[in-house]
Design a protein around this ligand. Structure first.
Ligand SMILES: [Zn+2]
Length: 570
């Protein structure tokens, strides 16, 4: 019903945001624009992914309604390179002040610093079914697309300054790393503050990149409103020059003006922002006022979205850095599940993505929701979120396994066998999940394998003994000896390819047989106590621990021969 309906669920944030975007464009016969923006200055982590997915879900909702819409993604790659991160050759400091698109890629795999960080995110977004129109601010500015708007801003620089002055505070304590950078930026903008010689130019809204060295360490010395000639000297290379704002494209608007200019130019109807951008005096708040007073467009519909945290990533290999990216998320989560994390909660809510054992519960929850969604009588907000997560209007259904096997089963078998996908698939078949090939289990199987090897702490891994524990086998009690031979003989009587059901009956039945009871007898208290002791003995002998994965699964995974070799003296 929501799929083709006009309204959807009024309590659903996606529905409401889509309504707001339509309202913003009311009366105008044009495509609705939902916009995201990111500066490709470093790895785009799972917190930044909220920017993209929030906008994507709203655009996708509008597509469902048949409303012409584009998800406009703006790469702020004309922003300055601010600092050399740890792990990069310190000589890259010479590029500080140049546009991200003009800084070489230290890893030498992409044409620029900006492209190096765009590429993996673009690939991950494609896998997530996110369909966007990308624009590069470098391309926009250097081709002159924004020229008229730049001239407009420069002509109205006094109006701009009046707005900025209202919010300007001497000492603002940054509330986040992002805001600290924002403040650092505005300090950089304010560096031009000088004496009477440059009166009126200290807060000029346009900053040229030096024609000689490419850095934004330029100091504006004069501006002629008639000719639009802007004179500057470069504090890095001492170059002095003139750039003409009407004919040359050698710089950009300062950040707080750049954003509203872009909203007006691209006719943005909806653009959210991180909570830390939504504080008074932030570029976002100031931009909302500037877009209305200077650029004559109502501020885009918006909301602030909350922070995304991480847990369970300690074990993640150091080559990946300390904060997981979208690609890291996709390594262990199906695309639909990763999307679901972002759509199921209101954007204002913060949440944590846990790469530890919580992943197993997450998959269980997702599978349960999938079963609920299959029943039309059970439609509700949770099911709507599941639908938004699992399919898009442009990509259709996102990859999901044709045969759904619980993630805990797959990861447990991956753990026990430490083997290939084919081997795991065989065991999965024998533990009761019929399927015709490995591909029936994908894309989940490879994620279970990756999660087991990369995120399960070593102490929780199951390491099957490579040879029998001769000392322990030498010191078995009479009763223990009897249990083991009942098990080994019982397995020997089964076909080579073990099946879970008879193995389960045998494993639980051994202590009953030892008491002269049939395998299917109800367990007495004595039998129950013996089962506990027998299971611990098996874990000791098979995996050198007191506990581990479910024993029947472990037995099926290892097979009769391996079990026999570990349970009988060499
Ligand atoms: Zn220079």
């Amino acid at each position: 019903m929501a799929r083709g309906g006009q309204q959807g669920d009024p309590h659903d944030w996606v529905t409401r945001a889509a309504d707001d975007a339509i309202r913003h464009a009311a009366g105008e016969d044009r495509v609705i624009t939902c916009s995201s923006g990111v500066s490709p200055s470093g790895p785009v982590h799972l917190g930044n992914l909220r920017e993209f997915l929030t906008v994507h879900f709203v655009a996708d909702e509008l597509r469902r309604r048949g409303v012409p819409v584009r998800h406009l993604h703006v790469w702020d790659d004309y922003d300055r390179f601010r600092k050399v991160p740890a792990g990069v050759d310190p000589s890259w400091a010479e590029h500080i002040g140049r546009p991200l698109s003009a800084v070489p890629d230290p890893w030498e795999c992409h044409p620029s610093w900006a492209e190096h960080f765009k590429a993996p995110l673009r690939a991950a977004l494609h896998e997530l079914g996110v369909d966007m129109d990308e624009i590069s601010q470098t391309e926009r500015y250097t081709s002159g697309v924004y020229r008229d708007r730049v001239l407009h801003a420069v002509r109205h620089r006094d109006d701009i300054d009046q707005v900025l002055a209202k919010y300007r505070t001497k000492e603002r304590v940054p509330e986040s790393e992002q805001e600290a950078e924002e403040l650092a930026d505005s300090v950089a903008d304010d560096e031009d503050v000088d004496t009477e010689a440059t009166a009126g130019l200290e807060r000029f809204p346009f900053k040229p990149y030096c024609r000689e060295c490419g850095r934004d360490t330029t100091h504006i010395t004069a501006y002629d409103d008639e000719t639009t000639d802007l004179s500057y000297t470069c504090q890095s290379c001492a170059f002095s020059g003139v750039t003409n704002l009407a004919t040359q494209n050698e710089g950009k608007l300062v950040w707080k003006v750049d954003w509203p200019m872009r909203w007006a130019h691209e006719l943005v109807d909806f653009e959210p922002a991180g909570m830390d951008h939504a504080t008074p005096g932030s570029s976002f708040t100031v931009g909302h006022e500037l877009v209305e007073t200077v650029f004559g467009m109502p501020r885009p519909a918006w909301f602030g979205y909350g922070f995304v945290g991480f847990a369970g990533v300690q074990k993640m290999s150091s080559s990946k850095g300390s904060v997981p990216t979208a690609a890291d998320g996709l390594e262990v989560m199906e695309p639909g599940i990763l999307r679901w994390l972002y759509v199921r909660r209101r954007p204002q809510q913060t949440f944590t993505i846990d790469f530890g054992p919580e992943i197993v519960r997450l998959y269980d929850e997702w599978d349960a929701l999938g079963r609920k969604a299959a029943d039309p009588a059970k439609r509700d907000a949770a099911v709507l979120a599941q639908e938004r997560a699992s399919a898009t209007m442009t990509a259709g259904a996102l990859p999901a396994p044709p045969v759904v096997v619980p993630f805990r089963t797959l990861s447990s078998v991956a753990d026990v066998t430490a083997g290939s996908a084919e081997l795991i698939s065989q065991v999965i078949e024998h533990v009761g999940h019929k399927h015709s090939s490995v591909t029936d289990l994908e894309p989940r199987l490879s994620r279970a394998m990756a999660w087991t090897s990369e995120f399960v702490p070593p102490e929780d891994r199951t390491i099957v003994r490579s040879e029998a524990d001769a000392d322990r086998l030498d010191s078995l009690s009479e009763r223990e000896r009897q249990w083991l031979s009942l098990l080994v003989d019982g397995l020997a009587a089964m076909p080579d390819e073990l099946d879970l059901t008879p193995v389960t009956a045998l494993v639980y039945g051994v202590p009953k047989l030892a008491h002269g009871l049939p395998v299917d007898a109800d367990p007495t208290d004595e039998v129950k106590a013996d089962q506990k002791e027998f299971f611990r003995l098996l874990y000791n002998l098979l995996v050198d621990k007191d506990r581990g994965p479910r024993l029947p699964t472990l037995v099926v995974a290892l097979g009769s021969d391996r079990i026999r070799s570990l349970l009988t003296p060499p």
